[in-house]
Design a protein around this ligand. Structure first.
Ligand SMILES: *Cc1c(COP(=O)(O)O)cnc(C)c1O
Length: 365
């Protein structure tokens, strides 16, 4: 059998002796929701300083043995990605821009002092796992297989330095339809907490960023809102992100604005795809800072007509109301906006193969 050094795509497949029974699986994926149902298999690839990536195995999903001193448990050296396998109109499955996830994963790895993984190995691990668990694809309209690749420091060591051992893992979670009744507009809470400081890890997809966002998100829920808006850490003035999604603003002249990628914002692949599609439509799109006060004033004057958030999990989510200690205002009519719906449809049509994929974004499996 070829080693990873000889063939970076050599992933060993172990048989699964007790996969879920067909009726158990059918029940699990009938109403999968998000992130609580998992498939039969997983991919695990080890990394050792010296050996590099090795021991790539696609096998039964199960607990991972971990030394209690593993550095991830103490210093949070962990990164992840999130992408989906979609069912195309012709019945086949496809990934959407998986090369971008692989590239971003390695950007995150660099920021967290972790080893990079060959992009083709990342994509191959995802591809083989999705094919192995294709039976888990939810039959519900608009369902998908949510793919979660991640990497963590497994070396047992309590000193503070980059670990010398890591595990790269991929798991799958059948996901339901976010569009069941058409995405309603969400209500958002402007937090006094910040998510990412200049020079920090805001542009990396690491678990630590999410741990720090739980209290502000809980505060948003307590105040009766659906999501949290983060302002910049330096001036507490510029709008950055909505929880785990990027934000777009739509003006009455039909132009769009989204905050620029200055290192404190996660560079979303949905964000990038929508920027491309909007520019193709001939819309004026600016990547510029936008302040919370301007957002309020423009909403009041009617200059701002729509706001939406975007990300892989929920694709596009309209924002209808904005509140915070110093704010409470409604955007447009408070419901989903027209351009928001149109851009979402453009993207979903490409992802589902009902519109031409002119950018080479769709990778058929
Ligand atoms: C993953 C993520 C996004 C969205 O990225 P997509 O590639 O579009 O899914 C936005 N913000 C944060 C903080 C994220 O972690």
């Amino acid at each position: 059998m070829a080693t990873l050094a000889e063939n970076p795509l050599a992933i060993t497949t172990l048989p699964h002796l007790a996969p879920a029974l067909a009726d158990v699986r059918a029940a699990a994926i009938a109403e999968p929701g998000f992130g609580r149902v998992f498939t039969d298999h997983m991919v695990v690839i080890d990394y050792d300083e010296g050996t590099g990536w090795h021991n790539a195995v696609l096998g039964p999903r199960g607990p991972i043995p971990l030394d209690p001193a593993a550095s991830v448990l103490h210093y949070a050296q962990e990164i992840f990605e999130g992408l989906k396998a979609y069912r195309l109109a012709d019945g086949t499955m496809a990934l959407f821009r998986p090369d971008q996830n692989a590239r971003r994963f390695n950007e995150s790895a660099k920021r967290l002092a972790m080893p990079e993984i060959p992009e083709d190995l990342f994509i191959e691990a995802v591809r083989q796992l999705v094919l192995a668990d294709a039976d888990w694809f939810p039959q519900v309209d608009g369902g998908s297989l949510y793919i979660r690749p991640f990497m963590f420091a497994s070396e047992p060591f309590l000193g503070v330095r980059p670990a010398r051992q890591y595990k790269f893992v991929v798991i799958l979670s059948p996901a339901g339809n976010y569009f069941k009744s058409g995405a309603p507009a969400v209500s958002v809470w402007v937090s006094d907490y910040t998510r990412a400081a200049p020079g920090g890890t805001g542009a990396a997809k690491c678990g630590g960023n999410y741990a720090a966002s739980l209290v502000p998100t809980g505060e948003a829920f307590q105040h009766g809102h659906d999501q949290v808006v983060f302002l910049d850490a330096a001036e507490r003035k510029w709008i950055e992100e909505l929880g785990g999604m990027n934000l777009f603003f739509v003006f009455d002249d039909g132009s769009l604005l989204t905050p620029p990628l200055t290192g404190t914002i996660l560079p979303g692949i949905t964000r990038d795809s929508l920027l491309t599609l909007a520019r193709e439509e001939g819309l004026t799109v600016r990547e510029e800072r936008y302040s919370i006060d301007q957002w309020r004033d423009d909403s009041a004057s009617g200059r701002l007509v729509e706001t939406f958030a975007c990300g892989t999990a929920a694709v596009v989510t309209p924002v209808g109301r904005v509140a915070g200690r110093a704010h409470d205002f409604t955007i447009g009519s408070g419901g989903p906006g027209q351009l928001t719906g149109k851009l979402k449809q453009r993207l979903v049509d490409i992802q589902r193969g009902t519109a031409a994929d002119t950018h080479g974004w769709v990778m058929k499996l």
